[in-house]
Design a protein around this ligand. Structure first.
Ligand code: ATP
Length: 248
């Protein structure tokens, strides 16, 4: 039922620059404690969907012109991105977006900006992040810009964790990373989901890996959801196999 949903996106339309209709009525639901994949080719509208949820479209002259978005049962279209972070929903942007000139640890600490619980809580969560990402502890004093792509992705996720999120919108975590590292990142997503109860909406072009870690998936094509279902059912679907898993 709808009350089990942490996030529900209901029939949203997004237009860029007043004229370019990019999302044509997208609906999706993330159950509390779930991992849901949003799949689709480059340009299908995955990033736009995540940015619509976290209210990051304004900077690109994008606007939600129809539909609504609910986080924990409350409408959030009018909230600022920071208010949404305070409510517990945070986006990790595509391309990792670390502050290159800050150290890894400074990057992580910037993620605590919405908190009001003081130094002790922040210190504890920094330890929690290092527990999940031992590599970040080793690299804590390095300038983020000089760390590897995988380490930057970890830093971006770790930074999001510092806001104590209930839900993370993760955009294309596999992008540009070696398969081994992609697996490592997804394993951590699974752990965060199981151990911290964080819900995830994962936008991914890598259908294969996303459907191994997500429990449910939506496939987006040209701004419309064309198929959705349990991850297992999608993996066995003939169209998904042919067009998204590369097995014909
Ligand atoms: P990617 O894998 O590249 O992130 P995506 O599925 O996330 O792809 P979006 O980035 O959401 O796709 O883009 C969807 C469509 O919207 C594309 O056709 C893109 O060209 C268009 N688009 C994205 N940003 C803008 C913008 N600021 N102004 C106009 N059109 C845009």
């Amino acid at each position: 039922t709808a009350t089990d949903a942490i996030l529900s996106v209901n029939n949203i339309e997004v237009i860029y620059n007043h004229v370019i209709l990019v999302l044509k009525g997208v609906s999706l639901t993330v159950p509390r404690g779930g991992i849901v994949a949003l799949l689709g080719a480059n340009g299908a509208g995955k990033t736009t969907t995540l940015k619509a949820i976290s209210n990051l479209l304004h900077a690109e002259r994008g606007l939600v012109t129809k539909g609504n978005i609910q986080f924990e049962g409350e409408r959030v279209e009018a909230l600022s991105p920071n208010d949404l972070v305070r409510r517990g929903c945070i986006q990790v942007m595509e391309g990792r977006h670390c502050f290159g000139h800050l150290t890894v640890e400074e990057n992580l600490l910037t993620g605590a900006f919405t908190r009001r619980d003081g130094a002790a809580g922040i210190k504890r969560d920094l330890e929690m992040v290092y527990g999940y990402f031992p590599r970040l502890r080793e690299r804590r004093s390095s300038q983020a810009g000089y760390t590897s792509g995988g380490e930057q992705q970890m830093t971006a996720i770790g930074r999001a964790l510092m806001s104590r999120p209930k839900m993370i919108l993760l955009d294309e975590p596999s992008m540009g990373l070696a398969p081994q590292l992609v697996e490592e990142i997804f394993e951590i997503v699974r752990k965060l989901n199981e151990e911290q109860g964080v819900s995830f909406l994962l936008a991914e072009q890598n259908t294969n890996i996303a459907l191994r870690y997500a429990k449910y998936g939506y496939i987006l094509e040209s701004g419309r959801i064309v198929l959705d279902g349990d991850a297992k059912a999608l993996r066995e679907n003939e169209d998904v196999k042919e067009f998204y898993l590369g097995v014909g």
